[in-house]
Design a protein around this ligand. Structure first.
Ligand code: AMP
Length: 111
């Protein structure tokens, strides 16, 4: 099932893309919760984190590595990554995405 992120991947709707390669793209969240709020998504349409298999471990690692490089490139050595998995965890778009957030003080525990 395609989502709004699938439309971004196919270039059907615009996005502020900050990075892309053969496995993933990263773009700014349309409703940023911090000065830096980027989403890193795989090109493959995977609905949620718990659909990943052992074979996907390199892809998961790649997403985290890209997210880290994006944060550093944006000038935020301190950052947070979030993956919401399921409606009860506030997932709203059913295409796996890593939130990369930084540029303000981030408290713990999260809401
Ligand atoms: P989640 O609640 O974890 O599923 O996060 C989905 C995120 O996608 C939210 O932070 C939204 O603001 C963001 N979002 C939804 N539509 C777009 C869009 N067209 N471009 C960029 N970000 C989007």
């Amino acid at each position: 099932m395609s989502t709004i992120f699938g439309k971004i991947l196919r270039g059907e709707i615009p996005a502020d893309i900050v990075y892309e390669d053969e496995q993933c793209i990263a773009f700014r969240d349309i409703n940023a919760v911090a000065p830096m709020h980027v989403l890193v998504i795989p090109r493959r349409e995977i609905a949620r984190l718990d659909e990943m298999t052992e074979a996907d471990e390199p892809l998961v690692g790649h997403l985290l590595r890209v997210a880290t490089l994006v944060a550093k490139h944006e000038g935020y050595p301190d950052f947070r990554m979030v993956v919401n998995n399921g409606a009860g965890a506030s997932q709203t778009v059913w295409h796996l995405h890593v939130h990369v957030i930084g540029g303000r003080s981030l408290s713990w525990p999260p809401g």
